[in-house]
Design a protein around this ligand. Structure first.
Ligand code: ADP
Ligand code: MG
Length: 240
């Protein structure tokens, strides 16, 4: 298992003439579970997609494990992203969905089988490997989507609102599973959400974002107990 820090150094992003991330600097420690929390449209997904390599960077640097990656293609960065819309291939079995990314990079079949067995055990989906996505519940599909990240043995996991498509009960259960997953893997994890309860219960540190920039970085206790700005105070719903 390889675990890495992620450094954002004065990162900026524009879409046309609109700046959506403005000279943002942040260090994510190796092995920590950190949440990016903020209202819809503040730039959370854009920031995550720049780390994953799905969006280009207009200014600044991104380093993963000390290595500059912001010019590298997504596949060369060693991070795995889990999306809100977990788009599995409907015509493929769960096993083949999990194998797909590894086959693409030429991983040997016996190694693929070994990694899938391990990931399926951790996520408790071993009994589902022969099914197609259409035969799974929403929660099971989301676990398969997480499994696709897990089999890559990434240096970091990037979750973009992975629970927002689930109903309330399932959201709580999956939250517990994500916490357990982090306890087992101890992998660097960035969890993007607009839900403060998710951020507070899962993350050891929270990055509160507001339009283009970071408002505050701190433990849930610090964010909740000592909001640094009026925006943070309002957003977490505690008196300033
Ligand atoms: P969040 O994930 O916090 O809801 P996003 O990162 O998705 O926010 O979006 C930040 C801002 O950038 C929003 O104003 C959004 O409309 C804009 N945006 C996101 N992606 C694009 C794109 N591909 N082209 C133009 N504007 C975009
Ligand atoms: Mg988003």
């Amino acid at each position: 298992m390889q675990v890495s820090s992620i450094e954002l150094d004065s990162v900026s992003k524009r879409f046309g003439s609109v700046e959506v991330i403005s000279e943002l600097s942040l260090t994510i420690h190796s092995g920590e579970f950190i949440a990016f929390l903020g209202p819809s449209g503040c730039g959370k997904s854009t920031l995550l997609r720049m780390i994953a390599g799905l969006e280009s960077v207009d200014g600044g640097e991104i380093r993963i494990g000390g290595e500059r990656v912001d010019r590298l293609p997504p596949g060369a960065r060693g991070v795995a992203m889990v999306f809100q819309h977990y788009a599995l291939y409907p015509h493929m079995t769960v096993f083949d969905n999990l194998a797909f990314g590894l086959r693409n990079i030429g991983t040997a079949e016996d190694e693929i089988a070994r990694r899938i067995e391990e990931a399926a055990r951790i996520l408790e989906i071993s009994h589902l490997l022969k099914r197609k996505p259409g035969q799974l519940s929403g929660g099971q599909r989301q676990r398969v989507a997480i499994g696709r990240a897990l089999v890559k043995d990434p240096k970091a996991y990037l979750f973009d609102e992975p629970l927002s498509n689930l109903d309330a009960a399932l959201r709580v259960r999956t939250r517990v599973e994500l916490a357990r997953l982090h306890q087992q893997t101890r992998a660097t994890t960035i969890f993007v959400t607009h839900d403060q309860v998710e951020a507070m219960t899962l993350a050891s540190r929270i990055v509160v974002m507001n339009a283009r920039k970071v408002e505050q970085v701190g433990t849930p206790m610090e964010i909740y107990g000592r909001p640094a700005t009026e925006f943070v105070a309002r957003f977490v719903g505690s008196p300033a």
